[in-house]
Design a protein around this ligand. Structure first.
Ligand SMILES: Nc1ncnc2c1ncn2[C@@H]1O[C@H](COP(=O)(O)OP(=O)(O)OP(=O)(O)O)[C@@H](O)[C@H]1O
Length: 317
């Protein structure tokens, strides 16, 4: 099978093609909404929860338009429209069962792996619908990687955990040793493991294992990293290290995080989306919906919707 037409690069953008297409099939980045490389960012006028100056509206990398997500006949998420901005950290918060993880998983077609799961509406990556028929879901998941709640290293050495993705995806790699080192350095783990690369990943602490999983995600050179409560199994020190790491990674990646921890969202996220679940008339099924999406500062200091205010002030959820 030919290698994916798009050559791996942390900043690569463009069409996600089926593996049977060739590079000549691929126009350059469709990215109508994306500023060309080297062009100035849009008008800067506002500040995020992290103190960064941000444009009023995000530069889209992933966009959801009127997205509904079903598990069989149950509509878990209703009519979500949301833009995830380039080189930003976007947090999704809300009470249990409001559909945060469901939305996160639909951003890289991870829901495809759940029998009965179905997405309607449009999810696009640089303007291209990721559910379009000519799109290769494996390539989607390479570009848009995922880190899970519980660290899940493979039962392999530290080195082989990192090398696994590049090997199985047939990435052209000049030096696997260099790639492993770069990924471990990017995940702030290199100094702790450089003398035991051949040892089992299971010998690492939980926090180290989670940074290894981040390094493993980075190794296949994605552009976006999805994180589903990445710190919920970690102690406060390991959590702080992951939060610092996210801050570093934002320079090169777009990060989307689901978190139950509102303080964490306030600390790390540039923008925050608040979801809630509403009981449907008739069936009583609780369907998730997006209530409000804005700069993190605004969400936590002056939310537009009373439901957001009630949630962040601890009055419900
Ligand atoms: N694999 C699945 N099959 C069927 N229903 C599911 C599945 N995963 C989630 N759901 C349902 O979809 C709804 C949203 O769940 P989801 O896990 O996305 O919410 P969440 O906001 O991430 O919750 P939590 O914060 O508790 O993790 C819930 O009603 C849940 O029971």
């Amino acid at each position: 099978m030919p290698a994916p037409a798009l050559h791996a690069h942390p900043h690569t953008t463009g069409r996600i093609m089926t593996s049977t297409q060739t590079s000549t099939d691929a126009p350059a980045a469709s990215g109508a909404a994306v500023a060309p490389e080297g062009s100035p960012r849009p008008h800067v006028e506002t500040q995020s929860g992290t103190g960064r100056h941000l444009s009023e509206t995000p530069v889209p990398v992933i966009e959801c338009e009127n997205v509904d997500i079903y598990y069989g006949g149950f509509r878990a998420v209703n009519d979500v429209s949301l833009v995830y901005g380039q080189n930003e950290i976007t947090a999704m918060i809300g009470p249990s069962g409001c559909g945060k993880s469901t939305v996160l998983r639909c951003l890289n077609r991870m829901n495809d792996l759940i029998p009965g799961a179905r997405v309607t509406g449009r999810v696009s990556y640089h303007g291209q619908g990721i559910y379009d028929s000519d799109v290769d879901p494996i390539e989607v998941r390479r570009r848009i990687g995922m880190v899970f709640q519980k660290p899940n290293p493979f039962p392999k050495s530290i080195y082989d955990n990192i090398a696994y993705g590049p090997r199985v995806t047939g990435m052209q790699v000049e030096s696997m040793d260099d790639l492993v080192e770069q990924a471990l350095r990017a995940a702030a783990l290199w100094d702790e493991v450089k003398d035991k690369l051949k040892q089992s990943a299971y010998g690492l602490s939980g926090g180290q294992q989670q940074r290894l999983c981040i390094a493993r995600t980075i190794a296949v050179r994605p552009e976006v990293i999805l994180m589903d409560e990445p710190c919920s199994a970690l102690d406060p020190i390991a959590t702080a290290r992951i939060e610092d790491l996210m801050e570093d990674l934002r320079k090169d990646y777009t990060i989307i995080i689901v978190t139950h921890n509102m303080q964490q969202a306030a600390r790390v996220a540039d923008r925050t989306a608040f979801f809630t679940a509403q009981a449907a008339e008739g069936t009583g099924d609780r369907t998730g919906q997006l209530v409000e999406f804005d700069l993190t500062t605004k969400i936590f200091s002056n939310p537009a919707d009373k439901r957001t205010e009630d949630y962040i002030s601890g009055r419900f959820g």
